[in-house]
Design a protein around this ligand. Structure first.
Ligand SMILES: Cc1cc2nc3c(=O)[nH]c(=O)nc-3n(C[C@H](O)[C@H](O)[C@H](O)COP(=O)(O)OP(=O)(O)OC[C@H]3O[C@@H](n4cnc5c(N)ncnc54)[C@H](O)[C@@H]3O)c2cc1C
Length: 372
């Protein structure tokens, strides 16, 4: 599960930040050459969130990617240093965030965690709106009520299921954003919005790549105050893969009225994407694999290993979510939310652990193969 790092092994007590050798040596041009041009960008939005010279824009073919909006490059290096696809000093970040590195000779495929549970919301309206156990929405609601955060940066969508970020400040905002959007979106840019709106204690929900980007920002030695100290809670979602917006056009054609307006839920179960209108229909994942984001193919993180709390569906029965508490703060929030009646939790079953380990391992292996 986890082990104490030997002193001096990957960091020392006095080493406050992860040292990034490339910092101030590489600029956006390097990011464009080494990540975007090589089609490794996962559209997490971290580069654009912390630099006002970078925007995520569409090219003529509708492909979204980060672009530099000034006509000169700088060697400030923040974007290159923060991108989860340039390099990922995992052990150093783990040491800094958790005070430990993952256990086992090859490292636990689930990362560092303190405990794993099956969890669901106790409030009926959240359970109904939530993707699985409504846990993410319940935990954010608890953290807002307790003043642990003053907003939650979440990813909601328009009536055609196109994702957008929302700075949620109320239970109603949170509920409106519940449910999974299987579409790539630079959700980390929502943190910029929250900072601009004056939030001081930000909770963020995002995919493994987005949590990796944010942890790099939090742990990098850097000369600027980019506001990341305002990010107080990271809830990560399990993710095997994500899809481009073109998937929405493909699904739309299969809907009863040729529109996604009547769709209330998308859900990936086993080898199928289930789309719920009045009736539920299914699409084989095999038939939509061409829509998987290219930058997802090299990812080796299934369970959002660097989050405070990670949440997914695999490992628990329908209507429940699987939750890993990874930091002391994450554990405290989950336990207190249960004590205060926001969620109920139980032990994960053995077969749940088995399924999680199998999927996490397979994602690591395929990501590693594709990175070679
Ligand atoms: C692209 C994607 C792939 C996933 N793949 C897996 C998987 O392979 N295996 C697995 O077990 N679980 C996977 N999940 C997680 C799962 O679908 C649920 O999100 C998770 O179980 C939480 O459910 P809940 O009922 O607790 O969350 P809810 O209470 O419904 O809250 C969901 C939260 O997720 C946020 N969110 C939704 N879509 C996105 C997005 N695209 N980017 C960032 N935030 C978003 C919402 O803002 C909301 O705050 C995936 C999620 C996504 C977004």
């Amino acid at each position: 599960m986890m082990r104490e790092a030997d002193p001096g092994e990957v960091g020392t007590e006095t080493q406050k930040y992860v040292r990034l050798p490339t910092f101030l040596e590489r600029g956006f041009g390097d990011l464009a050459n080494e990540v975007t041009a090589k089609r490794l960008c996962c559209l997490c939005g971290t580069c654009a969130a912390f630099c006002d010279k970078i925007k995520i824009t569409e090219d003529e073919s509708g492909k979204k990617e980060p672009r530099f909006v000034e006509d000169y490059d700088t060697v400030c290096g923040l974007c290159y240093a923060f991108c989860p696809r340039t390099f990922l000093p995992l052990a150093e970040i783990e040491w800094r965030i958790f005070g430990e590195v993952r256990a086992g000779e090859e490292g636990d495929v689930l990362g560092v965690y303190r405990n794993g549970y099956a969890v669901r919301a106790t409030k009926g309206d959240i359970l109904e709106k939530g993707q699985d156990g409504g846990v993410v929405t319940s935990l954010l609601a608890y953290a807002l009520d307790e003043g642990i955060i003053d907003c939650g940066v979440i990813t909601t969508s328009d009536d055609q299921w196109k994702p957008m970020t929302k700075v949620a400040r109320t239970d109603d905002d949170l509920k409106a954003g519940a449910g999974t959007k299987y579409t790539l979106y630079p959700s980390v840019t929502g943190i910029r919005e929250a900072i601009e709106e004056g939030c001081e204690k930000i909770g963020f929900v995002g995919l493994p790549c987005q949590i990796q980007g944010l942890r790099k920002v939090q742990t990098a030695e850097q000369p600027y105050d980019v506001g990341v100290n305002k990010v107080k809670l990271l809830i990560g979602l399990f993710c095997m893969e994500n899809f481009t917006e073109d998937l929405l056009d493909f699904v739309e054609l299969k809907c009863a009225n040729g529109s996604l307006k009547g769709v209330s839920k998308f859900n990936i179960k086993g080898k199928e994407l289930l789309v719920t209108e009045e009736e539920t229909f299914s699409i084989l994942l095999e038939d939509i694999k061409s829509y998987i984001g290219e930058g997802c193919l090299v990812c080796q993180d299934y369970t959002a290993e660097l989050a405070d709390i990670s949440v997914g569906s695999v490992g628990s029965e329908d209507g429940w979510s699987t939750v890993f508490v990874r930091t002391a703060q994450g554990e405290g929030i989950v336990k207190a939310a249960a004590e205060k009646g926001y969620i109920e939790l139980k032990e994960l079953e053995e077969k749940g652990w088995g399924a999680l380990r199998k999927l996490a391992k397979s994602k690591k292996e395929s990501g590693m193969q594709r990175s070679e």
